[in-house]
Design a protein around this ligand. Structure first.
Ligand SMILES: [Zn+2]
Length: 216
């Protein structure tokens, strides 16, 4: 293997800073995390976006959240076709092995993935329509959501609505996984949909009967 180079110096420095302070001060706790294994109560599905910081929003420490991140916090439908499905694998492990009590899908404002989906679906981004575009094919998951919001006239409002559709669709698609729907029906698992506004810090939660988002 010849393509790995040493870690950038600023990261090496930050690591040693953490090891000498936070880690050194909490050694026993880290040791317990290692020996007792993980028992997270919740799985979080959020966007890869570097501004979405779910552990900070909830003041969560290591061991509390089983986190999966992908472009635009999307869950595909259940498709057991023998191919490789990272998101589905993470959901399967969280529900069947870790037996998490909650799955929380977290969408966000100014989502580049959702904006790309909006451009693709409205014919403004032919490059995303190419078979070779991994982002485009991933965003296909949200195409039905675009159909639901395309009547909204104001483009900013339409894109914000599509960000929330990404959350709603993911919750709908989660229920197509038999182990998820069975756990939900047995009251062992609850599903939650959130949308966070990066600029204002506002957090909204979807209300399932009406698919509307209310401030938490
Ligand atoms: Zn995003």
């Amino acid at each position: 293997m010849k393509n790995a180079t040493p870690l950038p110096g600023y990261l090496v420095q930050r690591y040693h800073g953490w090891k000498a302070t936070t880690f050194a001060e909490n050694k026993a706790w880290y040791n317990r995390l290692a020996t007792e294994g993980q028992h997270p109560r919740a799985m979080i599905i959020s966007c890869c976006d570097s501004r979405v910081h779910v552990t900070a929003i909830f003041g969560a420490d290591q061991g509390e959240f089983f986190i999966h991140r992908n472009i635009a916090n999307l869950v595909p439908t259940y498709k057991p076709d023998g191919l490789q499905h990272g998101t589905s694998a993470a959901i399967e492990y969280a529900v069947t092995a870790l037996k998490v009590a909650h799955i929380i899908v977290v969408g966000h404002s100014q989502c580049g993935g959702v904006k790309g989906c909006h451009e693709m679906c409205s014919g403004q981004a032919p490059e995303l329509d190419e078979t070779t575009s991994f982002v485009g094919r991933w965003m296909d998951i949200l195409r039905p959501g675009y159909e639901r919001v395309k009547h909204i006239e104001n483009p900013d409002e339409r894109i914000a609505a599509l960000e929330k559709e990404a959350v709603v669709m993911s919750l709908e698609n989660l229920m197509t996984f038999p182990f998820v729907s069975e756990a939900v029906e047995a009251d062992q698992l609850t599903l939650h949909g959130l949308w966070t506004d990066i600029g204002t810090g506002t957090l909204m939660a979807v209300e399932s009967a009406s698919n509307t988002f209310d401030v938490v």
